[in-house]
Ligand binder design. Structure first.
Ligand code: NDP
Ligand code: MG
Length: 397
């Protein structure tokens, strides 16, 4: 077998980061942790350093650098270099000795280090969907030019990747008609419009099938997550929005499907556990044990499908709208949504107002920016956040 691979885990203390370290620890003969990054959860990062002994531990911001160095010292841990800030994140993402980079920082903050990994030609395990939503065109160009191998970790895109012919080009008569992204429908799939208006953050983050970070859990409840995934799929698989459909499938057993011109539909199934796509990304084109229990079809018994209700879940329609608008519109939608979700989690904004804020920012800001440069996209992101904050001041309860 090949030499042990060095892995950088960006966002190690998050839900995906923890699952990634779980898979890595099952295969010490294949993987070694080169670097870990965290933002606020220093105790958790310390515990991870104790187990995995990385060469680098990186904090997103420098404010607590000294504190963390002291924590390592008092735990008797030596030989770990502690760094902080965006440049340090980019450094561990593009480090010459990193074989693969798990991009699992949440939100727009993950974009620059993910881009750095792509430019450096790494095997990029892409969980941070916001990079593709904000800067899909630039990111795909960077990956191509850098010679990076992109492996989608988002379960739907990982499923599609598994069901597409490889290498996938779509120009070579490979017969793909469309992709079918499945959506669980989230915790409010059956809620009425009136009920949706009064749901609480605690209810929104309680996903029926998946255990995830708080931000993506709220996005799953509003179907914004599925909208972001449509944008993600448009870039990853280079397909126009009219060839991407969303199918609500409450059991979350089929993770997505590919429909071919001959009528075949290929699906990838499995228990809803992110360690499956993570293990796939780590080992591709091989397969390794992920610690996931086998799918028990008899216990599941049935698989249901329904169309998404865009009137109760307008965030999904907004994502298609942003794709139609093009340019920086997806970046604007993403930034506005980050502000809206944070305000909702902070009980400053009602659940149904998330879509209202997103729509208002999209209309007010998107046309002012293009997607030709990172600077323009970063400016669009900032303008959308300013607009969203203003909207919040005018509308918050
Ligand atoms: P979590 O919120 O659980 O974890 C986020 C990670 O990013 C943590 O390590 C956190 O550090 C770090 N972080 C937070 N803010 C910043 C910042 N400003 N700068 C640098 N690092 C930061 O998120 P998830 O693991 O759920 O999601 C990670 C990404 O993966 C997201 O883009 C999400 O959309 C995507 N994804 C997640 C899925 C899931 O099942 N969870 C499924 C599909 C995609 P700390 O905790 O130390 O503060
Ligand atoms: Mg997903």
């Amino acid at each position: 077998m090949a030499a042990v691979q060095n892995i950088t885990v960006l966002g190690a203390t998050g839900s995906i980061g923890v699952s990634t370290l779980d898979v890595i620890s099952r295969h010490p003969e294949r993987y070694r942790v080169l670097a870990l990054s965290a933002h606020g959860q220093l105790e958790k990062l310390l515990a991870q350093c104790q187990v995995h002994r990385p060469r680098y531990a990186v904090l997103a911001e420098p404010g607590r650098l000294v504190e963390f160095k002291l924590m390592l010292a008092s735990a008797g841990l030596t030989g770990i270099e502690v760094l902080a800030g965006m440049e340090a994140l980019e450094y561990i993402a593009s480090h010459p000795e990193a074989d693969a980079v798990m991009a699992a920082i949440v939100g727009a903050a993950g974009m620059r280090p993910t881009l750095a990994a792509a430019r450096a030609g790494k095997r990029v395990l892409l969980a941070n969907k916001e990079t593709l939503v904000m800067a899909g065109g630039l990111f795909m160009d960077a990956a191509r030019e850098g010679g990076a191998t992109l492996l989608p970790i988002d379960s739907e895109h990982n499923a599609i990747y598994q069901c597409l012919p490889q290498p996938f080009s779509d120009t070579a008569g490979q017969g793909v008609r469309k992709i079918l992204l499945t959506a669980s429908g989230g915790p409010f799939r059956c809620a009425s419009a009136e009920e949706l208006a009064v749901v609480t953050p605690a209810q929104a983050v309680k996903h029926p099938n998946w255990s995830m970070g708080r931000k993506i859990s709220v996005d799953s409840a509003s179907l914004m997550n599925k909208g972001l995934e449509v944008i993600e799929a448009r870039w990853l698989f280079d397909l126009p929005p009219e060839r991407i459909s969303v199918v609500v499938h409450p059991q979350s057993v089929i993770h997505s499907m590919v429909e071919y011109v001959d009528g075949s539909v290929l699906a990838q199934l499995g228990n809803p556990d992110m360690r499956t796509p993570i293990a796939y990304g780590l080992a591709w084109p091989e397969r390794i044990d992920a610690g996931v229990s086998p799918l028990d079809l008899f216990q599941i018994a049935r698989l249901d499908f329904e169309a998404p209700d865009l009137s109760r879940f307008p965030c999904l329609a907004l994502a298609f709208e942003a794709l139609r608008m093009g340019g920086a519109a997806p970046a604007v939608l993403n930034a506005a949504n980050e502000v809206a979700v944070a305000a909702f989690l902070d009980e400053q904004l009602g659940f149904t107002a998330i879509a209202q804020l997103n729509a208002a920012s999209l209309q007010a800001v998107a046309a002012d920016f293009d997607a030709r440069s990172l600077d323009s996209l970063v400016a669009a992101d900032a303008a959308a956040r300013r607009h969203a904050q203003g909207w919040l001041r005018d509308h918050a309860h």
